[in-house]
Write a protein of this length. Structure first.
Ligand code: DON
Length: 558
């Protein structure tokens, strides 16, 4: 039988992770993969200047916020999975946004009790209280070696110098133009012409000044003082509900990650308020340890889809911010519970997810990076402003583009969000509560090899990470992990989404009752792999995105 480790079993956790972890020898160099070459370069530059993986994580996340402004930034939040090699300690830094204190359960309901999707997605009312600046402060104080100002330097340079317009950035700006035009502060992302000259650069002077302020005064300058006062005044002026108290009260939290044992692997991934760790633990339990030994692909995929269906329905019913709702995590991820969930599994027939609705997930954006340094410290981080360009609202005088992460709450039971996810009371809006997420920075230890992985993709993050883990356990290298075709099922809508290149025995699966839909490719996975036995590094960036991976071997004399 396989073992799912529970957060409470701390001693056991320490001993087991000590046994499988990579503490024995140092890597032969450093390696990183990010969603943009400028961020990869910035991280590498920091590592080469003597910074550790945590310094590099600050530099990379700061640059990503400038060069991929549609994906993440200081107006957003995220989760950093951190491994401190000297302490042999792994933790999840939760920098997830919180609901403003003036928020309430029915914040986005109109007079008829329907969800007003515009208010939930666009403008400052859609924005949770950001966590990224607090994460930088925490990393700089507790983990990093270099001053914050040093790690932010590259990002400030890119913001001032401008980001060369690329087709992805241009398309994203065009897609959000209508919202940008509502808010004068957002004009930096409005193009003068639909056919801009090829040398066009997107300059973010306001944001450069804000980051320079944080570099000089420290990350807490985001949460109190003149910048915080401007943010609150501008948010309120444009219809938002933030207060100074919201910013002053914001804290990052270090949480025990979810650790799963399956076959010979140890999987360390995101805990609540990300749903993914719980879902993955449930799915691995429901698959059973012999799942990979089954020869027939359709039999394997049928069981996988049925496990995903059940776990996503569990997500909708039980999962929410653990600081606000009592989620029985230990019970939910137990083997007994998985047996109950699979009691009605029929090897010949698809189960129905019932109350089928037609909402299709829409495109959002988010970013992931993986970094391993020469001392064996590592960071796997997934950061977000939620939808493409978040709320589309830049607070005037700050350059800060705010997230629309409030849409990750369940605005009304059963009403789908941007990713087609539904929820219940557990993920209802409440003052100061963190909205449920799918983001899942992950580390997998198997034999003598460690893989760091993660991706954007809203509700599809969970299934991409799941497939990445399964491929790694079957010996796939970094390039295969990021490039393999994908499959997704999230219970509702009751469909199996596949990429055009995904190979499945569709006919046999349709005969069991599964409904397939071929969708545009999705995800943007960033992977680093370290084989401690062979002292080999491997890294790759998803070909679906613009990113890059770099490995730098250390000179023996360094
Ligand atoms: O936290 C979450 O689950 C979402 N806000 C992530 C959004 C996302 O990954 C969009 N990317 N395509």
């Amino acid at each position: 039988m396989f073992l799912v480790k529970r957060p409470a079993l701390l001693l056991c956790l320490f001993l087991l992770s000590g046994g499988l972890s990579t503490a024995s020898a140092n890597p032969p160099g450093h390696a990183l993969a990010t969603a943009h070459p400028a961020a990869t370069e910035a991280g590498l530059e920091i590592l080469n200047a003597g910074g550790n993986a945590f310094d590099a994580a600050i530099a990379v996340s700061a640059v990503l916020g400038i060069v991929e402004p549609y994906s993440s930034g200081i107006g957003g939040g995220g989760f950093f999975l951190l491994h401190d090699s000297a302490q042999n300690h792994t933790t999840m830094l939760d920098a997830r946004e919180r609901a403003p204190l003036a928020a309430h359960r029915d914040l986005y309901l109109d007079a008829d009790g329907n969800v007003d999707r515009d208010r939930a997605l666009n403008g400052p009312l859609a924005a949770g209280i950001p966590g990224i600046a607090a994460a930088w402060g925490h990393l700089a104080e507790h983990y990093a070696q270099l001053p914050l100002a040093r790690s932010l330097k590259s990002a400030i340079h890119h913001a001032r110098d401008g980001v060369p317009l690329n087709p992805k950035l241009q398309r994203a700006m065009a897609a959000r133009a209508e919202t940008f035009l509502r808010y004068p502060g957002s004009s930096v992302f409005v193009l003068d012409s639909p056919n801009p000259p090829p040398d066009t650069r997107v300059i973010q002077d306001g944001l450069a000044s804000t980051m320079a302020l944080l570099a000089e005064k420290g990350a807490q300058a985001f949460y109190r003082g003149p910048l915080a006062e401007t943010l609150v005044a501008e948010v309120r002026d444009a219809g938002g509900i933030w207060s100074l108290e919201d910013l002053e009260q914001y804290r990052v939290v270090e949480r025990e990650p979810i650790t799963i044992h399956w076959r010979d692997a140890e999987i360390v991934t995101a805990a609540l308020p990300s749903a993914t760790g719980v879902i993955l633990a449930q799915v691995f339990n429901m698959l059973g340890e012999d799942w990979l030994d089954e020869n027939r692909g359709d039999v394997r995929i049928h069981r996988l889809i049925e496990a995903l269906r059940r776990a996503y329905l569990e997500r909708a019913e039980h999962l929410g911010d653990p600081d606000h709702v009592d989620v029985p995590v230990e019970q939910l991820i137990s083997a007994d519970y998985a047996r109950e969930l699979m009691a009605d599994f029929d090897p010949e027939r698809a189960t129905s997810s019932q109350n089928l609705y037609t909402a299709e997930p829409e495109a959002g954006n988010t970013t992931h990076f993986s970094i391993l340094d020469r001392d064996g410290n590592w960071v796997s981080a997934t950061l977000s402003i939620n939808g493409l360009f978040g709320s589309g609202f830049i607070a005037p005088g700050t350059g800060i583009l705010l997230n629309n992460e409030m849409d990750d709450f369940s605005a009304k039971p059963g009403s789908p969000n941007l990713y087609g996810l539904v929820g219940s009371e557990a993920n209802a809006i409440a003052p100061g509560k963190r909205m449920l997420s799918s983001m899942a920075p992950t580390a997998v230890h198997r034999a003598n090899t460690l893989a760091l992985l993660g991706t954007p993709g809203g509700s599809r993050i969970t299934t991409m990470v799941m497939q990445g883990i399964l491929q790694f356990l079957q010996g796939a290298d970094a390039k295969s992990l990021v490039s393999s075709p994908r499959l997704h099922h999230q219970a509702l809508p009751d469909k199996v989404f596949i990429e055009p290149d995904t190979v499945v025995d569709q006919e046999r699966l349709e005969a069991k009752g599964h409904v397939f839909e071929v969708a545009e490719p999705w995800g943007n996975m960033q992977v680093v792999v370290w084989d401690t036995h062979e002292a080999r590094l491997d890294a790759a960036s998803d070909p679906r995105g613009l990113g890059s991976a770099k490995i730098e071997m250390l000179n023996i004399n360094d």
